[in-house]
Design a protein around this ligand. Sequence first.
Ligand SMILES: *Cc1c(COP(=O)(O)O)cnc(C)c1O
Length: 498
Amino acid sequence: MNYISTRDKSEKCSGAEAIVRGLAPDGGLYVPESLPRLTEKDFEDLAKEDYPARAARVLSLLLSDYTYEELLDYTTKAYSRFYGDDPCPLVNVDEGVYVLELWHGPTCAFKDMALTMLPHLLSAARKKVGEKNKTLIMVATSGDTGKAALEGFKDVEGTNIIVFYPSKGVSDMQKLQMKTQTGSNVCVCAIEGNFDDTQNAVKNIFADEKINAEIHSLGFNLSSANSINWGRLAPQIAYYISAYCDLIEAGRIKYGDKVNFCVPSGNFGNILAAYYAMQMGVGVNRLICASNVNHVLTDFFKTGTYDINREFHKTISPSMDILISSNLERLLFEVSGRDDKLTAERMKALRTVGKYSVGDKELKTLQSLFSVGYADDEATKDTIAFAMDEFGYLMDTHTAVAYDVYLDYVESTGDETPTVVVSTANAYKFPADVYEAVSGERIDDAFLATEKLNEETGEEIPEPLDGLKERPVRFEEVIDRADIAKKVVEYCRQAAKE
Ligand SMILES: *Cc1c(COP(=O)(O)O)cnc(C)c1O
C-alpha cells in the first residue's frame, strides 16, 4: 500500500516513509492510495479480539510495510499503558446513545490513543527507511499535545523528546503534568512569552539548516509529533472500527447496520478517522461534526466557504479553539475526486487570503454525509449538568460540546439511529469548569476544584492526575526564546553521551 500527497498525486511513498517525513515535500498531506475494505467475516473475527489485536489488524491493512506481529507488539506496549481493562470503553448512557471514552491513557485525553503508538511506528519506520540516527522529537505545546507526546515517547528506544511550553500560556495542572515528567530521554523547558512566540521559535529551528546539520552531527534527526502525520491518524481509525465491533458483539446492531458518530472537532483529525473507517466498511449514517464558538467548520459545511477571517475566541473547550483545521485538506482531496491541483490551489488561497470555497457538487457530497453544529460555553456547561442529572454521567467540556450538538441534531431531525458520541478527555482535566457546571460554584484553583468535584459527584479521579501535587518536579528551567536553539543543541550533546 502506497501513500500519495494531497497536493501532488505522482508523489508516492511507503507508509514508513510517510510517517518519517510527516509532511510531503510539496507541503501536502499523505493519504493512502486506496483504502482496504473489511468484509463481514473480518468484522466477526475482529469482534472476538481484544483492543490491541483489533488495532494491530486494522493497522496492518493500512501499513503494509509493517508485519502484523510487529504491530501487535506496538499496540500491546502502547495500550498496556492505559488504566482499566479496556483502553477505549463504549458506555451506554441513554437509549441508543453510547459514549466512546478515548481518555484512559497516560494523560487522560484522546491524543494518547495515537501518541502512545506513534513513537513505536516512527522508530521502526526510521529503521525501515535505513535511518541510523536517533530521532529527536521537538514539540511546542499549548498544553495537551506536549504532555501526551512526552508520555508517548518516554523511554522509547532510539528516540529523545524535548518540549517547549510558554511559561504563561498553560494551566497550572498542565504545567505540573509536564514539570514532573518521568523518563530518561525527555526534556521539558518553559519559554518566556506566549504560545505564538514558542511555536515560532520552534518552527525556526525546523527550518534552520545550520542547526539541523549540527544536530545531525551529534547523531540525531529532528522530527515532529504533529497531528498531520499519518502515524497519528492511522491508530485513530482503529477505535471507530473497534466501537462498531463492540456494538455488534453486544447485540446492539447487526453487521451492516448504520450508526452516527458525533465528534468534538478542532484540527479535524479525529472525525476524519471516522470518515476513513466508514470507507473501510463501518456502517455510517451521519458523521456529526461538533464545534465550539470557533465554528469555522460548522460554517464551511453549511455554506461551502471556509473562512478564517474572524475573531478567535478562548473557550472552556480549549483543545478545539482552532481556526485552521489542517486535516480538512485530506477530506477536500477526497470529495474533489482526488484533484491534487485544486487541493493545492485551495490551500494556497487559505494561506494568502484566509479562505476558499468548494463547488455545489462537492458541497452536496459533504452534506450527504456530515451534519454540523456548535455549542457556546453556556450550552456546554448546561449539557454537563444535564448529563450528570439525567444519566449520572460526568463528562468533560469537549465531550459536552459534542453531546449538546447531538441533542440539537436529534431535536431537528428526529433521527433515531444508534449514535456514538466521542469523548475526548476525562472531566478532571478541566476541573474548574466542570465543577462550576455541576455545582454552580466557581473555584479557580485546579486542585481544590478537583477535590470538590470528587466530593460532589463521587466520580473517581483518574490515576495519572491523582497525586500530581506530590510528584517531584524535574524540570524548572525557563529560558528566553532567543536561546531555544542553544538549548536543543546542548540537550543533544548531553543525550548523545547517554
Ligand atoms: C485535540 C482535541 C480535540 C480535537 O480533536 P481534532 O482531532 O483536532 O479534531 C478535542 N478534544 C480534546 C480533549 C482534544 O485534546
